[in-house]
Design a protein around this ligand. Structure first.
Ligand code: SF4
Length: 210
């Protein structure tokens, strides 16, 4: 790791200015909806997930609703998000556990969340930080890419990146970091061709192309 706390502080300060109001790209109105949307977002864009959940959340309002239909019917309803068989299995498994172990409610600890089928640290941290306002760093593909390009980490391992960023960044900025790095990765530090010439941290970035 070659970054340091003050550099990250400056990076976050600049990102806050250029990406005001950065927030989760998924549409939801409850922790349960965000949990389902996040499971659907694996290997899929937020835009596509939002198109699907726009209808899905009208039909399925609580965990039991996902168990009242067949696996095949749910697969059909989420087909366009890709990997629909696995996702349908995970969502139904998750709903069964929520009912059996958590009285139908989404739990609010990383241990409980990651004990649910199809819920990894990324999903758990996203739900914790967004719905429960608990400080957590969500490491998705954008955070992995941006953190590496900025020289803050030198690994593709999401869990190692999560802990490295937790060390580097003040706890009260963890939730902001999620939204800012993800927005920066989507709009500017794009996977195929980063727009370094218009990047506000290009003077601090070891990977800058300008
Ligand atoms: S300078 Fe380029 S590589 Fe570095 S963070 Fe900005 S867009 Fe990404």
């Amino acid at each position: 790791m070659i970054g340091n706390g003050s550099v990250v502080k400056e990076i976050l300060k600049r990102f806050t200015k250029v990406y005001p109001g950065a927030k989760v790209g998924l549409d939801f109105v409850s922790p349960f909806e965000l949990l389902v949307a996040t499971i659907l977002s694996a290997q899929c864009t937020d835009e596509r997930v939002n198109i699907v959940t726009n209808k899905l959340f009208l039909k399925y309002r609580k965990p039991q609703d996902y168990l009242n239909v067949s696996q095949e019917e749910l697969e059909e309803d989420i087909r366009t998000t890709g990997f629909f068989r696995n996702k349908a299995r995970n969502i139904r498994g998750c709903c069964a556990e929520l009912i059996e172990r958590f009285n139908g409610q989404v739990p609010s600890s990383v241990e409980e969340l990651t004990s649910l089928p199809g819920v990894g640290r990324k999903t758990a941290n996203c739900v914790l930080s967004t719905c429960f306002n608990i400080a957590a760093i969500t490491v998705d593909t954008h955070v992995i890419r941006v953190s590496n390009r900025l020289g803050l980490v030198q690994t593709e391992d999401a869990e190692k990146i999560e802990y490295a960023l937790m060390d580097l960044v003040d706890k009260n900025s963890w939730n902001d970091l999620n939204h800012l790095f993800i927005t920066h990765g989507r709009r500017t530090c794009i996977a195929k061709k980063p727009k370094c010439e218009e990047c506000v941290v290009n003077d601090l970035c070891p990977s800058s192309l300008v």
